[in-house]
Design a protein around this ligand. Structure first.
Ligand code: C2O
Ligand code: CU
Ligand code: CU
Length: 504
């Protein structure tokens, strides 16, 4: 595949002059609530419809619904089971989960469990559509391997993987970005005995937090520059937004700039950046200007080996970070704000905690968190592949390409054999958060130097910064079949920046 080096790109760490995110911001015309006035909510945990036969079965209806996101107005959404975010699925490592999805939306959908170690037929390949009743549309790019179903589909997830927080979201060919924007995203937690033995903060002190940006029209409806607002036929966004759509309202679990009452003890924040294109750099600041440590205990694919303490933490789209913040000593009645150093105006604010009372802390952060984080050695690798992620030409106009090529479902871009260890080297023009399906990977290097401290552990998204090259290493294990890797800037993904990985 095409490669490294092109004029005008600086390699390495010199990135002084680049924007915080790649994309263009929509300016809301709605009147917006002040930050830290609305209470945080945690999405409800979905109850299984059956737990017999060694697996858990769930049902989700994909449906239109509306919610009062901005006080006094309603926002029409596309939802999993009527809420945004969708309900959280809780599962146990090694215990399979089946989710029966029913599509009552006006367009085809595809469910992908992001970070899941899932057989190919259940991984939500973009052409494996679940068609709504009476659908007559034709695919833009026919795919003979597509497994479409009418109205419903059972997705089975073996859950044979480390405990962590995954998320599920729409992955329909050409229309993933607007579908996620409209609300098709939810969280999925995998638990296991090893992690539960650790005494990390739990119960009320464990908070799954889906962070996403949106913009709103005066009537409360979502803004989005889709070329075809019905999302039926013509993919893509207005030209000025083709680098990514940024909102000016920061939602946490679907609520604009919420505030949450806490005891003055450690809390475990399970952070997910579910934004289409926005990057965040989070820091926790007390009212009197002190910064609290963000102690990282986990990455996309579960616990890291040892805790890593950060003053601030960058989150690229689709990344998850598992972080402990200790509110001990913060005066009762005062706040700790989680702020975004990459934001300006409203996008600088994210979430606030109001300290309600002092309390005994029963939690503990061990010095060793996990001893099962895979360590792949460069010497084990049987291939080194290089991929460039850049602006380029698609079939119909400008888009985003990998190694010079825009996505085609029928073309195999990489083929490897089950069990192979490989080093992949990525180079970027602008920000590209690159995601591999099926496998977790380790970050080997950035710009020829060591990874960032926050690159610790097993990841499934790697944030490429403008002009940067990064190496990752992984073993392709689990299942044979057709998988994807792609940019998780959702607009880039829809506009070509995706490729096929065939495991044989
Ligand atoms: Cu989060 Cu291919 O997906
Ligand atoms: Cu994924
Ligand atoms: Cu990209």
């Amino acid at each position: 595949m095409g490669l490294v080096a092109a004029g005008g790109i600086t390699f390495g760490g010199k990135m002084a002059h680049h924007p915080a995110s790649t994309g263009n911001q929509l300016v809301s015309t709605a009147s917006l609530p002040g930050p830290y006035t609305l209470p945080l909510a945690v999405p409800k945990v979905l109850a299984p419809i059956s737990t017999s036969g060694g697996s858990d079965a769930f049902e989700i209806t994909q449906q239109e619904a509306s919610a009062e996101i901005l006080p006094g107005t309603r926002t029409d959404l596309w939802t999993y089971d009527g809420t945004f975010p969708g309900p959280t699925i809780e599962s146990r490592r090694g215990r399979p989960v089946t989710v029966a999805h029913r599509n009552e939306l006006p367009v085809p959908t595809v469910v992908h469990l992001h970070g899941g170690r899932t057989p190919p037929q259940d991984d939500g390949y973009p052409t494996d559509l679940v068609l709504p009743e009476g659908w007559s549309g034709e695919p833009l790019m026919p795919d003979p391997q597509a497994r479409t179903t009418d109205v419903t589909r059972d997705y089975t997830f073996p859950m044979d993987q480390r405990a962590t927080m995954l998320w599920y979201h729409d992955h329909r060919m050409d229309f993933t970005a607007p579908a996620i924007w409209r609300g098709l995203a939810g969280m999925h937690i995998i638990r296991d005995d090893v992690e539960e033995a650790l005494d990390l903060p739990r119960g009320e002190q464990e908070l799954p937090l889906m962070i996403g940006d949106r913009s709103f029209h005066a009537d409360g409806s979502l803004m989005y520059p889709a070329l075809d607002p019905t999302l039926r036929e013509h993919p893509g966004v207005a030209e000025e937004y083709s680098a990514g759509v940024l909102g000016d309202v920061i939602l946490v679990n679907g609520i604009p700039w919420p505030v949450h009452e806490v005891d003055a003890v450690r809390h475990r924040l399970r952070l997910l950046n579910a934004s289409n294109a926005r990057h965040y750099e989070l820091e926790a600041i007390t009212d009197d200007g002190h910064r609290l440590d963000l102690v990282q205990v986990g990455a996309d694919q579960g616990l890291i080996g040892q805790p890593v303490t950060h003053e601030s933490l960058r989150l690229a789209p689709a990344e998850r970070y598992d972080v402990i913040v200790d509110f001990a000593g913060v005066p009762v009645g005062s706040r700790v704000r989680l702020r975004n150093r990459l934001g300006t105006g409203g996008t600088r604010e994210v979430l606030a905690f109001r300290i309600a009372r002092t309390a005994r802390d029963h939690s503990h952060i061990p010095e060793i968190l996990a001893d099962d984080v895979p360590r792949f050695q460069r010497s084990q690798a049987t291939a080194l592949r290089e991929f460039s992620f850049r602006a380029g030409q698609m079939m119909h106009g400008r888009g985003w390409v990998i190694g010079g090529k825009a996505f085609e479902p029928t073309r195999t871009d990489v083929s490897t054999s089950l069990g192979a260890v490989e080093v992949w080297r990525f180079v970027a023009d602008v920000h590209h958060p690159i995601h591999l399906h099926l496998v977790g990977f380790r970050v080997l290097s950035r710009g020829g130097g060591p990874p960032l401290r926050q690159d610790a552990g097993l990841k499934d998204v790697i944030s490429l910064r403008p002009g940067e090259w990064v190496e990752i290493i992984t073993r392709f294990e689990g299942y044979r079949g057709r998988y994807l890797f792609h940019c998780h800037n959702a607009e880039h993904e829809d506009m070509g920046m995706m490729a096929n990985l065939e495991i044989t």
